[in-house]
Design a protein around this ligand. Structure first.
Ligand SMILES: [Zn+2]
Length: 495
């Protein structure tokens, strides 16, 4: 017994030693650039005016091709607005309009051995729910400049980014920047409805021209303010991977009849049970490479005892996963999720329906596939009366490593422009146009360099979307610095 206690004690001492060693030897992964003074940009009234005008042009996109055709004049005027507002950009860069309303600009570099980079921002926006219009402090397409903000649909998603890129390009051209690396700027017109005619047609143009990008940057995550639990500083979350997408339709076809004489089980009963089975059997919690990166980059910034937990994820992995799974947003980071979104059943209250269906939308973690999810759903439902049909699907993205040239470039740029901000890789749980470029690059980053708190994040696709003017200035400064750094920044894997 004594020997056993001694053994346990020895194990505990060794374990404590390992935990303490790992915690104390943690090195910060953050960069300190220059003297740690932010590269600021005083408020540029013209840039503010430009974003306001961009918001005023209603570029709502539609999945319906007829409605989209009707919207064409508005996209024309948006492209016209860009051309007349940024003549230096359009005079200096080669421009191609693809499919009538998508743009691709090329800024030719002097060194053709460097793989080109691309900055992408979509020009379309989502509609406004009619019943929410009265809750907007300023009309959604007013582009109102008030209370230190620029208000309206698209301010954050994604015209804020698009206009910042054009402002930054103009500033670089005015200062005489001559790029070594070729830079492309692209903007699609239907990201919000899947990007099939916008981003996809730009991507297929790039494919035909045999382009392969060494760096691709798109919307996605942001500089989160007070959003990451237990971290006081703002965190620049760089989306190094994106979840996959699969919609599964469940269909049941059974005899119906009069509701006064119901069968033991109707088509609707079977369907509801199937949906509930899927709901009650969540997918396993897992860490994807982006989430491992997230933990590694933030461990050092955590207060004790969380620092000890994060520094020893080999031991506390399941504890970390369980903590994340407690919130909806955290849960989406650590597992494939599925949720019923559409149900079709019944015509009248006294008729038992015969054909009923439901759609379940899955968002799939990198490392799993749409095929695996479809098989798992079949196994969970395990009922031959339920027909399972896989609909629209997008495989989860590859994960871009945090030690890649592009990640380091973004980190360096962030350290220069936002020295107070911590950088970490993270997983993008939503979908972006980057999926259309998956075969055109190995280095995709989803990051809109703007500070956003929970309220700002909630305004995206919601009400009172707006961008704070000083944050908008920082975003322009970020892109300007990024365009410059792209030319000079070298890491061992520069290409
Ligand atoms: Zn967007």
């Amino acid at each position: 017994m004594k020997k056993f206690l001694l053994f346990i004690l020895t194990v505990l001492v060794i374990l404590t030693g390992i935990l303490a060693f790992n915690t104390l030897s943690l090195k910060s992964k953050q960069l300190i650039s220059g003297n740690g003074v932010a590269l600021q940009l005083p408020v540029d009234e013209k840039a503010v005016e430009h974003l306001s005008r961009a918001i005023q042009i209603n570029t709502i996109s539609f999945a319906d091709s007829l409605k989209m055709a009707d919207a064409l004049p508005r996209f024309d005027s948006f492209i016209g607005f860009l051309k007349s507002t940024y003549p230096l950009v359009f005079n200096s860069l080669e421009d191609t309009v693809i499919g009538g309303r998508n743009i691709l600009l090329k800024w030719k570099g002097s060194d053709s051995s460097l793989p080109p980079a691309i900055l992408y921002a979509h020009m379309d926006v989502v509609p406004i729910e009619q019943n929410t219009i009265s809750q907007w402090k300023h009309a959604p397409f007013s582009g109102q400049i008030a209370d230190g903000y620029i208000w309206g649909r698209g301010a954050l998603d994604d015209k804020g980014s698009l206009v910042s890129i054009f402002e930054a390009l103009t500033r670089c051209l005015q200062k005489g920047l001559k790029p070594a690396r070729t830079i492309y700027i692209a903007s699609g017109s239907d990201e919000e409805v899947g990007g099939k005619t916008g981003a996809e047609s730009i991507a297929s143009y790039c494919r035909q021209n045999k382009l392969h990008f060494g760096f691709y940057e798109d919307e996605g995550l942001m500089i989160a303010r007070g959003v990451v639990p237990n971290i006081k500083k703002d965190v620049a979350l760089i989306g190094t991977a994106e979840k996959g997408y699969l919609t599964i339709e469940l269909m049941v076809d059974m005899p119906g009849g009069h509701s006064s004489k119901p069968q033991k089980e109707t088509a609707l009963d079977v369907l509801v049970k199937a949906v509930k089975k899927v709901h009650d059997k969540p997918f396993e919690k897992m860490v994807s490479p982006s989430t491992i990166g997230f933990i590694d980059y933030l461990a050092c910034e955590m207060p004790m005892p969380l620092k000890l937990v994060f520094a020893n994820k080999w031991l506390f992995k399941s504890l970390i996963l369980s903590e994340y799974a407690k919130t909806d947003a955290g849960n989406a980071l650590v597992r494939t999720t599925g949720v019923a979104t559409v149900m079709n059943a019944g015509l009248q209250d006294n008729v038992i329906p015969t054909k009923v269906s439901a759609k379940i939308n899955f968002r799939i973690l990198p490392g799993q596939s749409t095929q695996q999810v479809a098989e798992k759903v079949k196994e969970i439902i395990d009922d031959s009366r339920v027909q399972i049909i896989s609909g629209e699907r997008v495989e989860p993205s590859q994960s871009t490593p945090a030690n890649s040239w592009g990640f380091k470039l973004l980190q360096k740029t962030s350290a220069e422009v936002f020295p107070d901000v911590i950088v970490a890789p993270s997983l993008m749980i939503g979908s972006t146009d980057s999926k259309h470029f998956a075969d055109l690059t190995d280095a995709t980053y989803r990051f809109f360099p703007t500070r956003m708190d929970n309220e700002a994040i909630g305004s995206i696709h919601g009400i009172n979307e707006r961008i704070k003017i000083p944050y908008f200035m920082e975003t322009i400064r970020f892109y300007e610095t990024l365009l410059n750094n792209m030319q000079t920044f070298s890491a061992e894997n520069r290409k």
